[in-house]
Design a protein around this ligand. Structure first.
Ligand SMILES: *[C@@H]1O[C@H](CO)[C@@H](O)[C@H](O)[C@H]1NC(C)=O
Ligand SMILES: [Zn+2]
Length: 348
């Protein structure tokens, strides 16, 4: 992950923005109809969160024993939560460490559905020659634990009402090899995500309509929600992409509603109703380049422990983690629950 090169967001014609905002599932109208969006009660399961985080929070550089253990743990956990799980495995030569075997882990509920909500994080930890103990708590053990905890706390819904829907499936993606082995460049970074995006772009499945080819699998992703650098004190999340700004606004709204209902701790507003002046390069790059709408939930500025030995359990901020879990869980539930027709946020 890096924000060294700040790219200005392109300006979109105002008309286009209005059009796109109308297409997001949580419009103001719907919110008014449904009352207090986001305050539906889904209980925390922090025992599960802690157990999950403990299992992920080990050094897990690609190719290491810890990496293999965490990968197996992710597969097991997804299966236990009712996901159909696939491992996208491939070999590639990288700087410094030579040839490595990478494995993206992808869990899906309703794999036959027409479209998907995809939630993602990276599970590899960064290789530091002088710090073999680096565990990357915010980068990205906590984001991965949040994804599994979201599935766990919503499992009553996911494994009953949500099952067997044809319009929408839920995909949890644990990318491998996000981190650079030497210096962050387009080639030395996001190895797993490049591989998975190109595989999804080459394969087709799903419904064929009126003699047309089945859609490319990558085009079945309605939005890729990427979590990164979460777990430090008082994070701030800005909106990065115009086509998912409406979804970002629903996070702002859900946080406000939960706070008003007394369901959040402290008084830090995490989700800013603000468009970021720059972008952060991350696992979403290959998907973005293939026109997949991206909601990038990365805290900016980065946590000050970022890429230091202090990015560990001792420096996590639990009220912020609990608040994020609550807001994010509601957001995922509302997206799935309110989905009635395909959501097309694509730029073209
Ligand atoms: C989870 O771990 C945190 C940090 O150790 C601790 O403060 C919290 O009480 C734990 N929660 C549960 C339910 O054990
Ligand atoms: Zn990193």
């Amino acid at each position: 992950m890096e924000n060294g090169s700040v790219i200005l967001i392109r300006r979109w014609p105002a008309m286009l923005c209005w059009l796109l905002l109308c297409l997001v599932p949580l419009t103001n109208q719907q919110q008014a109809r449904a009352g207090n969006v986001g305050t539906t009660q889904w209980s925390d399961d922090e025992t599960h969160f802690n157990r999950t985080l403990d299992s992920i929070l080990v050094p897990r550089v690609v190719g290491s024993r810890g990496h293999q253990q965490v990968r197996d743990y992710l597969v097991q956990s997804l299966n236990g939560l009712g996901f159909q799980t696939e491992v996208d495995k491939f070999k590639q030569r990288v700087p410094v460490l030579g040839e490595l075997t990478f494995s993206n882990v992808v869990g899906t509920i309703n794999p036959q559905a027409q479209n998907f909500l995809a939630l993602a994080c990276h599970y590899d930890s960064k290789y530091f020659p002088n710090d073999p103990g680096f565990v990357g708590a915010t980068d990205s053990a906590v984001p991965c634990a949040i994804l599994l905890n979201t599935a766990k706390t919503l499992s009553g819904y996911l494994q009953k009402q949500f099952q067997n829907r044809n319009d929408l499936g839920l995909m949890l993606i644990f990318f491998d090899g996000e981190e650079a082995f030497k210096d962050w460049t387009e080639t030395d970074s996001v190895y797993g995500s490049k591989h998975l995006a190109s595989k999804l772009a080459r394969t087709r499945s799903g419904a064929q309509v009126a003699g047309k080819q089945a859609p490319r699998n990558i085009d079945r992703i309605e939005v890729l929600v990427l979590l990164d650098l979460i777990g430090a004190r008082n994070p701030k999340f800005s909106s990065f992409y115009m086509n998912t700004h409406g979804l970002h606004s629903s996070l702002v709204q859900i946080e406000m509603n939960l706070r008003a209902a007394g369901k959040l701790e402290g008084n830090n507003n995490m989700f800013l109703n603000q468009i970021s002046g720059g972008l952060v390069d991350d696992d979403h790059r290959p998907f973005l380049e293939d026109n997949v709408p991206v909601l990038h939930l990365v805290s900016t500025p980065f946590p000050d422990v970022w890429h230091t030995p202090r990015d560990n359990a001792a420096n996590l901020h639990w009220p912020s983690i609990r608040n994020f879990n609550r807001v994010f869980r509601s957001f995922v539930y509302e997206y799935l629950h309110r989905h009635t027709a395909p959501v097309n946020l694509r730029y073209y």
